[in-house]
Write a protein that binds this ligand. Structure first.
Ligand code: FRU
Length: 482
C-alpha cells in the first residue's frame, strides 16, 4: 500500500534508508552511484555505502553494499575517483573511494571524524580499505570535519571538506598524503546551519571565460526551511577558493524543501557537469510516510552558467536521457485559455512531464498547474503575475501531518523573460520538480498524495491566458534491477 509512493523513474533504495549520494564517478561505461545507506532500518543509523550502476543515468542496477562500517566508525559521505596514473599504487585504473569515518564512541559529546580511503580494481564490485587509514586525521578541535569530495586538478588531487561554517581544501600527490592548502567561509553565504557535502567544479560562462562553483549543503535555516543547498561563484587556483561575490550574497541551488547534499559525477564522459541531490530534508526525512524504503534522489541535473547582470549564475536542466521515458504526448500551440476552463481535463497521471511557454498577461492575477488533484488534494504550481513569484504549494498535497514543517508553500521571485514564463515540470509518484525559465530557478518537493489523486488542470485567474506552446508527456517507468 505505502509502495504506491515508490517512484517510477527516481532512484530509491531496494529497501530501507537512504540519504546522501556518494562516490559519483563514471568508469568503463558505467555511472556509479554510491549512497548513504542503512540496510537494517528505514531510519538513519550505522551508515554503509549502498551501490548501483547505470549506463544512462535513468535505468539502474542495484549492486551489493560496497562499504561496511568497522572499528574505525560509520561510513559517512564522500566521493570516488579513478586513479588514472596509479598515483596511489593500488593498481591500474583503480577506483578509489574517499570517505569520512565517524566514530563518536571516543567521547560521548564529541563527534570524531577523519578521512579514509578504500580501493577497487574490479569496477567497484569489491573493495579493500587502505591499511594506512586515516589519510587525513582528526584535527582535534573540530566537531564537524567531513564529506570529502576529491578530484584531479592539473597535476595533483584536490579534496574539498566541510568543517563547521567553512570549507577546507587539501592537496595530495597520491591520495594517501594530504596537506591543507586553503580555507573558505566563516561568514560567507548562509551560515545558519552546519556546512556539509561540498563540491567544487569549473564551468564555462561563455566561449572565452569560466568560473569555479562551490556547492555547499546547509544543515538548517535554508531557503525553504531545514536543510538546503547554497553555492558560491568564484575562482580556484589549485589550492583554495575565492568568492567573487560579497559575503552577504546567498545563492540557492533550489528553492524547494527537498534538494540536499548534491554531488557531481567525476569523469562524466561527455564533459557534462551532472549533479544528483538527495530529495529530502533533515527536518522530516525520517518521518516520511513510506514503509519498506525511505529516501529518494532528485532527477540528475546538468549544470551550466548563465552570464546575468548580477554575474554568472547556475542554470540547471533535467538530463536529456530522461526523454527516453516519454510516452503518450499531447501538444498545443498558440492556445488561449479562459478562467474556469481546463485544457487538460482529459489527461491524468502521476508520472508526467510538462513543458510550457506562457505569455504573461498583466490583466490576469495568476496561472499555473494543479497536479495530483483528488477529492481534497492538489499540489499547486502557480505563477503570481503581480508579485512576479513562482510558487509551489504542497499544503494540501496529501499526507503531510508527519511533521509540522511539511505542509509548506515555497515562493521565489521569478521575472518573465521577453514577457514569457517557461516551466518544465516533472511529476513522479511522490515528487514534483519545477524548472523555470530554462532552469534559472528550480523548486523540488516531495509529496504524498492518495493513489486516486490523478487529476490535472491548467488554470488562469483574473483574465485569459495565452500559451505559446504546451507539451504534456506521460512518462513510462525506468528499469531498476537487482
Ligand atoms: C549530510 C550528512 C553528511 C554526513 C551524512 C551522514 O546529509 O549529514 O554530512 O556525512 O549525512 O549520513
Amino acid at each position: 500500500m505505502s509502495d504506491s509512493y515508490r517512484p517510477a523513474f527516481h532512484f530509491t533504495p531496494p529497501s530501507m534508508w537512504l540519504n546522501d549520494p556518494n562516490g559519483l564517478v563514471y568508469y568503463a561505461g558505467e555511472y556509479h552511484l554510491f549512497y548513504q545507506y542503512h540496510p537494517h532500518s528505514t531510519v538513519w543509523g550505522p551508515m554503509h555505502w549502498g551501490h548501483a550502476v547505470s549506463k544512462d543515468l535513468v535505468n539502474w542496477q542495484h549492486l551489493p553494499i560496497a562499504l561496511y562500517p568497522d572499528e574505525r566508525g560509520l561510513i559517512f559521505s564522500g566521493s570516488a575517483a579513478i586513479d588514472w596514473n596509479n598515483t596511489a599504487g593500488f593498481g591500474k585504473e583503480a577506483m578509489v573511494a574517499i570517505f569520512t569515518c565517524n566514530n563518536h564512541t571516543y567521547d560521548d559529546k564529541k563527534r570524531v571524524e577523519d578521512q579514509n580511503i578504500a580501493y577497487s580494481t574490479d569496477r567497484g564490485r569489491t573493495w579493500t580499505k587502505y591499511a594506512g587509514n586515516p589519510v587525513v586525521p582528526h584535527p582535534g578541535n573540530l566537531t564537524d570535519f567531513r564529506d570529502p569530495k576529491v578530484f584531479w586538478h592539473q597535476d595533483h588531487w584536490v579534496m574539498v571538506l566541510a568543517a563547521g561554517d567553512r570549507v577546507l581544501f587539501y592537496i595530495s600527490p597520491d591520495l594517501k598524503h594530504w596537506e591543507q592548502s586553503g580555507v573558505f567561509g566563516g561568514g560567507y553565504g548562509s551560515t545558519d546551519g552546519v556546512w556539509e557535502t561540498p563540491d567544487l567544479f569549473q564551468l564555462p560562462v561563455n566561449d572565452s571565460d569560466s568560473r569555479w562553483v562551490l556547492t555547499v549543503g546547509v544543515g538548517s535555516g535554508a531557503y525553504a526551511g531545514g536543510s538546503g543547498t547554497q553555492y558560491f561563484i568564484g575562482d580556484f587556483d589549485g589550492k583554495t577558493f575565492i568568492s567573487e561575490n560579497p559575503k552577504e550574497t546567498v545563492l540557492w541551488m533550489d528553492y524547494g524543501a527537498d534538494f540536499y547534499a548534491p554531488q557531481s559525477w567525476n569523469d562524466e564522459p561527455n564533459g557534462r557537469r551532472i549533479v544528483l541531490g538527495w530529495m529530502s530534508n533533515w527536518q522530516y526525512a525520517r518521518l516520511t510516510p513510506t514503509e519498506t524504503w525511505r529516501g529518494i534522489f532528485n532527477i540528475p541535473r546538468e549544470l551550466s552558467l548563465a552570464d546575468t547582470k548580477d554575474g554568472p549564475r547556475l542554470v540547471q536542466a533535467q538530463i536529456k536521457e530522461l526523454q527516453t521515458l516519454r510516452g503518450a504526448h499531447h501538444h498545443w500551440q498558440n492556445e488561449t485559455v479562459m478562467p474556469g476552463e481546463n485544457l487538460l481535463k482529459n489527461i491524468s497521471g502521476d508520472c508526467l512531464e510538462i513543458i510550457t511557454n506562457v505569455l504573461v498577461n498583466p490583466q490576469a492575477t495568476s496561472f499555473g498547474f494543479k497536479l495530483r488533484i483528488g477529492a481534497d488534494e492538489q499540489t499547486l504550481v502557480r505563477y503570481d503575475i503581480q508579485k512576479q513569484e513562482l510558487i509551489v504549494d504542497r499544503s494540501k498535497s496529501g499526507i503531510g501531518d508527519f511533521h509540522e514543517a511539511f505542509a509548506s508553500v515555497q515562493a521565489v521571485k521569478l521575472r518573465p523573460v521577453e514577457n514569457t514564463i517557461q516551466l518544465h515540470i516533472l511529476l513522479d509518484r511522490c515528487s514534483v520538480e519545477v524548472f523555470a525559465n530554462d532552469g534559472e530557478t528550480v523548486i523540488s518537493d516531495v509529496i504524498f498524495p492518495s493513489t486516486s489523486s490523478m487529476g490535472l488542470e491548467l488554470f488562469t485567474e483574473g483574465s485569459e491566458l495565452k500559451i505559446t506552446q504546451l507539451d504534456v508527456y506521460q512518462l513510462t517507468p525506468a528499469v531498476f534491477t537487482s
